[in-house]
Design a protein. Structure first.
Length: 476
């Protein structure tokens, strides 16, 4: 029986799989389809031009060895590339490109979309009627490294940020993915990196944008039929900082646009910095190809600051503002507020305001009185993940169980309660709640809410569960 494209490629994959990491194999080789075999020439189909370029740059030597083992020393590889034309309104088409058969990527003559004319690309940050020669980086100069206090809980992220600012695109931290809870300094650090990178490399274009603004710009571009201009604008940025990237969840069109921007920037060696309230693996309703790319560089978390860091933050702030405060007051605040930096500074501001308005000295007694009021009115951030874990702890059920497909009565009950409280105390949509709690649909969430309500009215024991969990969540 003669060799076929399928049999040759299957044997090539066996060789490749033995020589690279499993994740790299799944990402770059599993999507490839063998198309045809013509004597010693194998044609394979890859999903995009970026895909082809990545293979040529990183795996061509491996592919060459594998092919020569199967087809001899004159073996040749040809790529059939699906050229995506979604943004120009044309149907996808394919181009055939012979492999360079060299370790380094060589320029290829292909029929690709028209080159970008930077003079014609619209800047979504330009106010109508005004023209800007340079792009405003949208950076807040007060959020710099000098007032981002280093501690055990942020050292990795801060050090990585410093390295990126020194050599944007020149480190293995691309993208740099910074994640952590509310008020821990993600946005501050992102601005600090941008500011220092701009100072170190004045020739580079730095841009900070929140995901909310990015999404709105994309919507505006779609409505005005300027999607190409929107994507091409962002593809020209040297250092792109996207804040709160988790808000791309569920936004398929915006994710698609960002995917093209990310690929282009990463391929050019431009720096990408992302912030999120959770690590890449925990972001729901996000395309897996984006999640995979978020993990290409370094994921660095910002944790709740320890006592020493909290004390240093407060000390720095009072010295910077020129305010005299006894150390016992700073010590008391640092020991009392353990949640995040934002609340820590907010508490200090409240104490200073109380003293100023009432014309009193800042004493330990005034601090204790203000703190008692401040803590009583501070509400926990309620997230779907927080609710799920609280419910699991309450019923002594492993977190994996509530996410599983099991129909055991106690697990189903816990899952329904988690859905009920998620709908009641978060702003998430029914689809998002279902997706995050066991990958269910919105109809399941609606059914769960009705079941909990009915059981609360008819089952005294179950009503006790609801009341207990209500108190634990912190909402009476």
């Amino acid at each position: 029986m003669g060799k076929t494209a399928e049999s040759v490629w299957k044997n090539c994959l066996k060789f490749v799989k033995d020589n690279i990491q499993e994740q790299a194999f799944e990402t770059w080789f599993s999507p490839i389809q063998p198309i045809k075999l013509n004597e010693n020439i194998l044609t394979i189909q890859v999903p995009s031009k970026f895909f082809y370029e990545w293979l040529e740059e990183h795996y061509i030597k491996l592919l060459k060895i594998a092919l020569q083992k199967e087809l001899g020393k004159d073996a040749k590889l040809v790529y059939s590339i699906v050229m995506d034309q979604k943004y120009s309104g044309k149907d996808p088409y394919t181009v055939r490109i012979p492999s360079s058969n060299k370790e380094k990527l060589q320029p290829q003559e292909i029929d690709a979309p028209l080159p970008i004319d930077s003079k014609k690309v619209k800047n979504p940050f330009v106010i109508p009627g005004l023209q800007k020669i340079k792009i405003d980086s949208q950076l807040n100069t007060s959020n710099n490294f000098s007032n981002f206090i280093e501690g055990e809980t942020n050292r990795l992220a801060r050090s990585a940020g410093k390295a990126v600012a020194k050599r944007p695109g020149g480190t293995s931290f691309n993208p740099l993915f910074i994640y952590g809870g509310v008020g821990l300094g993600k946005t501050h650090l992102a601005h600090a990196i941008g500011l220092e990178a701009k100072e170190n490399h004045p020739d580079k274009t730095v841009l900070y944008v929140s995901t909310e603004k990015f999404t709105q710009q994309f919507i505006d571009a779609v409505q005005s039929n300027n999607r190409n201009d929107f994507i091409h604008f962002y593809q020209m940025i040297d250092i792109l900082i996207i804040d709160d990237v988790q808000f791309l969840s569920g936004k398929k069109g915006t994710q698609e646009a960002f995917f093209h921007i990310f690929n282009h920037l990463h391929q050019k060696g431009n720096q990408i910095i992302l912030t999120s309230d959770k690590p890449p693996v925990d972001i729901q309703d996000m395309e897996q190809r984006l999640i995979s790319r978020f993990k290409w560089g370094l994921s660095a978390d910002l944790q709740v600051p320890d006592y020493e860091t909290r004390f240093a933050i407060l000390k720095h702030k009072v010295e910077k503002d020129g305010i005299e405060i006894p150390e016992e007051v700073i010590d008391h605040i640092a020991k009392s507020i353990k949640t995040n930096v934002r609340e820590l500074e907010g508490c200090l501001n409240s104490i200073i305001a109380q003293a100023t308005l009432n014309k009193k000295e800042i004493t330990l007694e005034l601090t204790q009185k203000t703190l008692a009021n401040f803590i009583n009115h501070t509400r926990k951030e309620i997230s779907i993940d927080y609710i799920q874990r609280l419910v699991c702890d309450y019923f002594k059920i492993p977190f994996e169980q509530i996410q599983s497909k099991t129909r055991k009565r106690d697990v189903v009950q816990a899952r329904q309660l988690a859905m009920f409280f998620a709908k009641k105390y978060t702003k998430a949509s029914l689809s998002s709640i279902g997706s995050q709690i066991g990958k269910r649909d919105h109809a399941t969430v609606l059914h769960a809410c009705k079941t909990v309500k009915n059981l609360s009215e008819t089952d005294k024991v179950f009503r006790g569960y609801v009341e207990d969990l209500n108190r634990k969540i912190g909402v009476e």
